[in-house]
Write a protein that binds this ligand. Structure first.
Ligand SMILES: Cc1cc2nc3c(=O)[nH]c(=O)nc-3n(C[C@H](O)[C@H](O)[C@H](O)COP(=O)(O)O)c2cc1C
Length: 183
């Protein structure tokens, strides 16, 4: 009887601590935060999360970008030329994470202002974190875009980023291994 009571008490304590039902996300210290307009950066983000066990957080603008390429490209150009910068719907709780992958598509030779502005606004939350940039693109400005993410997070330290025109799990895993975060 006594043994049963001890077992029951231990079980209650374990459940209360979250130990019994803790999922990967509850224990994870790594986050992948990304913006994706047409889905390619999202694919890369999912591959990183798959191999690192990181949580995923998709950045959504409060006002969506147009779905037509031409309209979107016109607006993005204006935003880069000093126009209104879009805000985001919500932010992740950065305090839960030590390592944060930040992903974007290349937009007009650089990272979308939506993301760089968002990162700059969270400089205090990102202080002391490790930021790892990644991007997807069609042809050019990979390095400039990765650098734009580094420049937008001056309070953090950084690891070597990754850029691709066509995300593949093998390539992502090779990069993760190179930066010491592979399986
Ligand atoms: C407004 C806009 C500007 C772009 N500018 C560039 C660019 O300067 N260089 C490039 O290689 N690709 C450029 N692209 C292509 C995207 O970077 C590429 O298709 C990317 O993989 C899309 O990612 P997403 O599907 O996550 O939005 C641009 C796309 C858009 C919509």
């Amino acid at each position: 009887m006594k043994l049963k009571q001890i077992f029951a008490a231990a079980l209650v304590a374990l459940i209360a601590s979250g130990g019994l039902f803790a999922q990967g996300s509850a224990k994870s210290k790594t986050l992948v935060v990304y913006f994706s307009w047409s889905g390619t950066t999202e694919k890369a983000a999912q591959m990183i999360a798959k191999s690192t066990g990181a949580d995923l957080f998709r950045i959504e603008p409060t006002q969506a970008y147009p779905t037509s390429y031409k309209d979107c490209a016109d607006i993005v150009k204006k935003e880069l030329d000093g126009g209104k910068i879009r805000t985001v719907k919500s932010a992740p709780d950065f305090s839960k994470y030590d390592t944060i992958f930040v992903g974007v598509p290349v937009w007009w030779h650089t990272a979308p202002t939506l993301m760089t502005h968002f990162l700059e606004e969270h400089a205090a939350d990102l202080k002391g974190k490790t930021i790892i940039p990644f991007c997807t693109y069609q042809a050019t400005y990979r390095a400039e875009t990765l650098q734009a993410i580094v420049d937008a997070t001056p309070t953090a330290s950084h690891k070597e980023g990754y850029g691709t025109t066509n995300p593949k799990q093998n390539d992502v895993d090779a990069w993760l291994k190179k930066i010491g975060l592979g399986k």
